[in-house]
Design a protein around this ligand. Sequence first.
Ligand code: FES
Length: 158
Amino acid sequence: MTRTRLTAVDEVPENGSFLFTVRERDGTEEEVILVRCDPGADGDGENEDEGGAENGDREETVRAWRNFCQHETDQRLDRGFGAAVREGEVVCPKHGSMFDTCSGYCDNGKAADSYLSDVEVTVDEGVVYLTDPGVRYSHDGGIDDGDDGPSSTSHLSF
Ligand code: FES
């Protein structure tokens, strides 16, 4: 399995997100947000093995979601300064629908009864790795941040 180092778990904000860009199988670039997930926060821990990563330590669990709302897919959740995360939910900046950070599920507002689109990541000893076979790491930040030359050598794949 190929995995690419993304960042340390500690670098993922408690009330925000870590933004990076991947290349999809069809060659298009897509932004992805890493967010903290505390399965014990709202009793929604039964989906721990879906769409994300956990290493047995609840404090170090993160999830990765493609950076768009399910109500209007051109609406980014993180518009360049971190997604709004409140009490275990990602808040859409346009109409305020809230998505569970662990399951990606929304049960409210305009995006009700939908799930965010997940990207597979894995946590190993406090480090978050991209392990989704369907995408390749492109660079940190948003799509528009990728024009500055080669990405950092800290993102080694192995
Ligand atoms: S665009 Fe996100 S809830 Fe409408």
